[in-house]
Design a protein around this ligand. Structure first.
Ligand SMILES: Cc1ncc(COP(=O)(O)O)c(C=O)c1O
Length: 366
C-alpha cells in the first residue's frame, strides 16, 4: 500500500497506564494519577449539576459551528465570533494547523523540550523539524529566531511550557513576535494560561490583533477540569480562521462538550479558587525540592518538573507501585527528572512522603 513514508517507524502517543490497570497490577485500592496535568478538583460544580439533569437529544449531530459556546467565548474575550476556531481539544487544533501549513519541503521550529504533539504531527506531514534547546528551562526565543529561514512555515511557542512549566517574559515575547517574518505562522500555545501567577506576566490576547500570522491556543482540559470532554479553541484574525476551518472535521465538539464548556467558562470564581489551591500545592513541591537540594523549574502551571538525582524510570516505577502515576523525565527528554501534576494538598503531602522514601532507598537523600 502507498503509506506515507514518514509513518514507518512512528509510534502512537503513549498515554500513562490507566488507574484501573495500575490498581490491578500492584493490588492497590487507591491510585492517584498525577501524570497528565488535569485539574485534581475536577470541573465547576455547576457542570455537575447540569450533567445530572441533561436531557439533550444525543441522536442528532451537534452544532458544527458551536454557536452558543462561540458566542460565550467571544463575549468573554471581547473578540468577534469569526476570530475563534473550536477544536476537539487543542490537540485537534495542533493537527489542523500542521495539516494546513506543513508538508515536505518546509520546516517547523519549536523548543526542545516542549509539547510532543508539535513534532509528532509535523513528522506525519513530512516537514523538517527544527528543535531549539531551552535555556535554563525557558524558550530561547533568540535562538529560535535564528533557526527560522525562508522555508520555515510554523513556529511553536508553548507558554507556559510543557514540560518545564516556565514562561517567557513579555519583553522577550514581544521582541520575538516583531522579528518573526510575516510569512511564518506563530502558534502561541497557552494550555495552562489560567494557572499563571507571575505578577510580571502580561495578557497575550492583544497580540493576535497586531500579528495576522499568529494564533493563540487555549483549552478547557486543564484549569477548567474538562479534559474528557475535549474542547480547545484558537483565537486569530478572521483570515487565519477562514483558512483553518475547512481543515476541521465538521462536528468536532459534541453537544455535551459544547454545553459544559460554556457553563464552566461562566464560573470564573471556580477557576480563581483552583489557581489559589494550585499555588498552595506548588509550594509543597518547591519546599520539598529546596529542603533536599533538588533542582526544579519555576512553574507557572499545575505541574512541576524537578530533579530526583536517580534514574527517572526507576522513580516512576517505584511511585507507581506506591499508587502514584507520574511522568518520567526519560520519556520527556530529561533524564534524572520527573514531572508531577500538582494534586490536592493531601495528595501532594502523601506523594512527597512516599517520594522521600523512594529517594532514600535510591541513596539520594542519605
Ligand atoms: C502545552 C499543551 N498544549 C496542548 C495540550 C493538549 O490539550 P487538549 O488537547 O486536552 O486541549 C496539552 C495537553 O497536555 C499541553 O500540555
Amino acid at each position: 500500500m502507498k503509506w506515507k513514508q514518514q509513518l514507518f517507524g512512528m509510534k502512537a502517543y503513549k498515554p500513562g497506564k490507566p488507574i484501573e490497570e495500575v490498581k490491578k497490577l500492584f493490588g492497590l485500592d487507591e491510585v492517584v494519577k498525577l501524570a497528565s496535568n488535569e485539574n485534581p478538583f475536577g470541573s465547576s460544580p455547576k457542570v455537575k449539576q447540569f450533567l445530572q439533569k441533561d436531557e439533550s437529544n444525543h441522536a442528532i449531530y451537534p452544532d458544527g459551528y458551536a454557536q452558543n459556546l462561540r458566542t460565550s467565548l467571544a463575549n468573554f474575550y471581547g473578540v468577534d465570533e469569526n476570530e475563534i476556531i473550536l477544536g476537539n481539544g487543542s490537540d485537534d487544533l495542533i493537527a489542523i494547523i500542521t495539516r494546513a501549513l506543513l508538508y515536505p519541503g518546509v520546516n517547523t521550529v519549536m523548543a526542545d523540550l516542549s509539547f510532543s504533539q508539535y513534532w509528532h504531527n509535523a513528522e506525519i506531514e513530512g516537514a523538517e523539524i527544527r528543535k531549539v534547546p531551552l535555556k535554563n528551562g525557558v524558550h530561547d526565543l533568540e535562538a529560535m529566531l535564528e533557526a527560522i529561514d525562508e522555508n520555515t512555515s510554523v513556529v511553536w511557542v508553548c507558554n507556559p511550557n510543557n514540560p518545564t512549566g516556565t514562561i517567557v517574559s513579555d519583553e522577550a515575547l514581544s521582541a520575538f513576535l516583531a522579528k518573526v517574518p510575516k510569512d511564518v505562522f506563530i502558534v502561541l500555545d497557552e494550555a495552562y494560561v489560567e494557572y499563571i501567577n507571575d505578577a510580571s506576566y502580561k495578557d497575550t490576547l492583544h497580540y493576535f490583533r497586531d500579528y495576522p500570522n499568529l494564533i493563540l491556543l487555549r483549552t478547557f482540559s486543564k484549569a477548567y477540569g474538562l479534559a474528557s470532554f475535549r474542547v480547545g479553541y484558537g483565537i486569530a484574525q478572521p483570515d487565519v480562521i477562514a483558512k483553518l476551518d475547512p481543515v476541521r472535521a465538521p462536528f468536532n465538539n459534541t453537544i455535551l462538550s459544547q454545553q459544559v464548556a460554556q457553563i464552566a467558562l461562566q464560573d470564573q470564581e471556580y477557576i480563581a479558587s483552583c489557581r489559589e489551591a494550585n499555588e498552595i500545592g506548588k509550594k509543597q513541591f518547591v519546599e520539598f525540592c529546596e529542603q533536599h537540594g533538588l533542582n526544579y523549574f519555576p512553574s507557572q502551571t499545575n505541574f512541576v518538573m524537578f530533579e530526583v538525582k536517580a534514574p527517572s524510570n526507576v522513580v516512576f516505577e517505584e511511585m507507581m507501585k506506591r499508587g502514584f502515576i507520574i511522568r518520567s523525565g526519560a520519556a520527556l527528554g530529561l533524564e534524572g527528572y520527573i514531572r508531577v501534576t500538582i494534586g490536592t494538598e493531601a495528595q501532594n503531602a502523601r506523594f512527597l512522603q512516599l517520594l522521600e522514601e523512594v529517594l532514600n532507598e535510591q541513596g539520594v537523600l542519605a
